[in-house]
Design a binder for this molecule. Structure first.
Ligand SMILES: Cc1cc2nc3c(=O)[nH]c(=O)nc-3n(C[C@H](O)[C@H](O)[C@H](O)COP(=O)(O)O)c2cc1C
Length: 320
């Protein structure tokens, strides 16, 4: 049996990827209700969409009783941030969540807590060395983020990343570049057990971003998707609007200098990320198509219509 389906308890080999700021609770619940695995992004749930964390989880439960997952961003940061994330992990466990995705950092403490409750942890990786760290910490599966992904993208193709990490003998999920049934099938043929999608689900009726953002994804050609360090200090995939020159996507000045310095790189990333988090909170509601660049991956290529989450899942599974 497919290990991912066994681990997650869902019907289809599809994950609704966590997205700051696009993961509103109604989207997560709709993904799970449709037979995929919706993943809660805690900052999106609380900071962007205004829910108290535990109440937000209970609200999702009122919309769907199917399994959901939780995204623990565990990058080494301040003690306060770590305590807040650890508290969210505990609350998610208390509220019955049993599937966790860790991003960045060393997931040992998450694995310990989640395994104690009988749950599983999949770790985000874009290279073999991150997979090694995750496996050494005892994770149960790998989310392999390739170069076509929306959000923070990797550098390898889906095939290269599969080949690099297959030796760990853990279930692998492909993240990046999937928006059609053909894409999904091609990844399952490589050997991935499931696919994690972000971009396709932004252009859904249940996602609470502006129509301008959804339309930008529907209209975009994959050649218009490029990366910028400007948002977080590491490459993020975006749709480049015509009015923005590539030069404008580069980080210049003091922050650019800090990003290049070994000593100040981390600080520069924190400064950029904090600013971006604030900007994105309001940007997703902007109605003016020309005022923003939107985060999305190369999978825009297969998105031609805004659909309901149920229709998207059906299309991905090629069900009538
Ligand atoms: C707007 C946006 C925000 C994202 N935010 C997060 C996040 O907060 N945490 C995370 O682990 N992945 C995040 N991702 C990555 C997705 O969960 C998923 O892996 C990725 O979108 C897959 O590539 P696709 O966009 O081609 O489907 C984000 C992706 C997008 C497009």
């Amino acid at each position: 049996m497919n290990q991912f389906l066994k681990h997650s308890g869902v019907e289809y080999p599809i994950i609704g990827g966590p997205m700051y700021p696009c993961s509103n609770p109604e989207l997560v619940a709709a993904q799970s209700a449709a037979g995929a695995l919706g993943i809660i992004q805690p900052l999106s749930l609380t900071y962007v969409h205004g829910h108290d964390f535990r109440e937000g989880l209970k609200y999702i439960r009122t919309l769907s009783d199917k399994p959901v997952g939780f995204n623990a961003l565990i990058e080494k940061s301040t003690r306060k941030y770590h305590e807040r994330m650890a508290n969210w992990v505990d609350i998610a466990l208390e509220e019955g969540v049993r599937f966790f995705i860790t991003s960045l950092g060393k997931p040992d403490w998450v694995v310990e807590r989640v395994h104690a409750c009988g749950g599983v942890v999949y770790h985000d990786v874009s290279e073999k060395k991150w997979a090694q760290i995750g496996v050494d910490c005892g994770v149960d599966g790998l989310i392999c983020v390739n170069r076509r992904a929306g959000g923070h993208c990797g550098e390898m193709t889906a095939q290269q990343l599969y080949d690099a990490c297959a030796g760990f003998d853990k279930p692998m999920v492909c993240a990046g570049g999937v928006s059609t049934h053909q894409d999904l099938q091609a990844m399952l043929d490589i050997g991935y057990q499931a696919c994690q999608l972000g971009t396709r689900f932004i252009a859904s009726q249940e996602c609470k971003v502006s129509d301008a953002y959804k339309q930008a994804i529907v209209d975009a050609h994959e050649d218009e998707v490029t990366t910028t360090y400007k948002m977080t200090g590491i490459p993020v995939s975006i749709i480049k609007p015509d009015f923005v020159e590539l030069e404008q996507l580069k980080v210049t000045g003091i922050i650019g200098w800090m990003l290049r310095s070994k000593r100040f790189k981390r600080l520069a990333r924190v400064l950029l990320s904090v600013k971006t988090m604030r900007n994105l909170k309001t940007a997703i509601h902007k109605k003016d198509k020309q005022s923003e660049f939107w985060m999305a991956g190369k999978s825009v290529a297969g998105v031609h219509q805004v659909l309901s989450v149920r229709e998207i899942v059906k299309q991905l599974m090629d069900e009538k």
